[in-house]
Write a protein that binds this ligand. Structure first.
Ligand SMILES: N[C@@H](CCC(=O)N[C@@H](CS)C(=O)NCC(=O)O)C(=O)O
Ligand SMILES: [Fe+2]
Length: 426
């Protein structure tokens, strides 16, 4: 297997066999990037076997699996991160080398080191057809909402800024307030990174949105409202979640009319982000209050479905329902096939790079919880899987903050804030 040399940092190759890894090491490579999803054809070694072959040959190894027609910015970022980690020349492979080269070239263009117009000729010079990369760049340049994702590795959450390129107005979706459960320390590193991006892009925040009261991390909505003055919003059924948890926390003073947010959205409500109209879809199942925000060709589907290789969200929290989740997923899948779907978490199966974007078409084709499934089958699978999942480790910490829009508990007379953990309540 002779890799094709692109430059001193990277070569690309077709599928190596196990002996190929030893050759790569002899040829002076330090790292392998596998851009090929498992199971594309019989006899393909796959991620787990390749990882072992690479280790045996003394090569570092990264898994950045992509489908040619479904490459996302997260894939390109994952590929760049894998290259940046390598301590020497990289050999990146897929089946033929085209996808590996596509990922490399798209990163070069996005970082300004190559012109979009030069991509196809560059590929031809190396013997590869990069028409797919050219199409990807054309699509990215077409007018549509701009979406910037911020992955938070501690809780595997994905926070978003969706903006109108014409007016530079934006909404923040599902921002995370840092919390270290070992020390009890809170922090704003994640939220401040979002603010720094907004400032560097000279954007104005119009909305601070949550898709649902999160059970695994604190919302930074209240903090960001203080910083920007932008209104906060969530789905109107958050009041049902408040009522439920008011009981669990035995918290008579908790206001449960949703007064902690500036606006409560009902199904079908619309609002503006600059010149873009956003629409709210009620998407219960994961929680009683979950909503999806649809902005142009982008839908923020949070914890309904994850990227196709990661299935769907759990439906076993208090107030959750697998049947309701199935109906919510069907409503999202009735959006146009090309709709970009942005998920709220990514748990990185197989140790692959973080991914959060898919499409309606990709979900219907490749999500094993959805493709070829009916409601009864989904409910049975979801409930069986949920029985195996421990509760999120921050659930009891997070809900008391998130049912107040991300406001921490009021300080006691000594000025310190405390969380309350109900015992044996669930
Ligand atoms: N291990 C994580 C679990 C987080 C969790 O339960 N995440 C929810 C979304 S909030 C989910 O749907 N997980 C799906 C799964 O774990 O399969 C934690 O402790 O925080
Ligand atoms: Fe969630």
């Amino acid at each position: 297997m002779m890799p094709v040399r692109v430059n001193e940092r990277i070569s690309v190759a077709g599928q190596p066999d196990p002996a190929g890894f030893v050759d790569f090491a002899k040829q002076g490579f330090a790292a392998v990037i596998n851009a090929r999803p498992d199971g594309e054809e019989p006899g393909q070694p796959g991620n787990a076997a390749e990882k072992i072959s690479a280790a045996a040959a003394g090569l570092s190894y990264r898994f950045v699996p992509v489908n040619g027609s479904e490459i996302t910015e997260a894939d390109i970022a994952g590929f760049q991160a894998a290259m940046a980690e390598a301590r020497g020349p990289v050999v990146a492979h897929c089946k033929s080398g085209t996808r590996a080269l596509t990922l490399y070239v798209l990163g070069e263009v996005l970082e300004g080191r190559m012109k979009a117009a030069d991509v196809q000729t560059f590929g031809e010079g190396l013997g590869f057809d990069l028409a797919g990369a050219r199409r990807w760049l054309e699509k990215a340049a077409s007018p549509r909402p701009q979406v910037k994702a911020f992955f938070e590795p501690r809780t595997c959450s994905v926070q978003y800024v969706v903006s109108d390129p014409a007016t530079k107005r934006c909404a923040i979706i599902d921002p995370v307030l840092d919390f270290d459960e070992m020390s009890g320390a809170t922090g704003t590193v994640n939220a401040d990174a979002i603010l720094a991006y907004i400032e560097s892009e000279r954007m104005t925040v119009e909305w601070i949105l949550d898709t649902h009261p999160h059970a695994d991390h604190f919302s930074a909505a209240h903090y960001l409202n203080g910083k920007t003055g932008a209104p906060t919003a969530i789905g109107v059924h958050v009041t049902d979640v408040q009522r439920l948890w008011k009981e669990i926390y035995n918290w008579p003073a908790l206001a449960i009319e949703g007064s902690q947010w500036d606006r409560l959205f009902a199904d079908g409500d619309t609002f503006e982000i600059g010149g873009l109209t956003a629409r709210v879809m009620f998407s219960p199942g994961h929680t009683l209050a979950s909503v999806t925000y649809v902005v142009g060709d982008a839908a923020f589907v949070h914890d309904t479905m994850f990227t196709p290789d990661s299935g769907t969200a759990r439906a076993d929290f208090p107030g959750g329902s697998a049947a309701a989740l199935w109906q919510s997923i069907q409503a999202i899948l009735s959006l146009p096939e090309e709709t970009r779907l942005f998920s709220g978490h990514d748990y990185q199966p197989g140790g692959r790079h973080p991914r959060w974007e898919s499409t309606v078409a990709a979900q219907k084709r490749a999500n094993p919880h959805i493709a070829g499934m009916d409601e009864a089958g989904f409910v049975a699978l979801r409930q069986a899987r949920d029985r195996t999942l421990p509760k999120p480790k921050l659930m009891l910490h997070a809900l008391q903050v998130n049912i107040r829009g991300g406001q921490l508990p009021e300080p006691e007379e000594n000025g310190r804030r405390y969380l309350k953990i109900p015992l044996d309540a669930l």
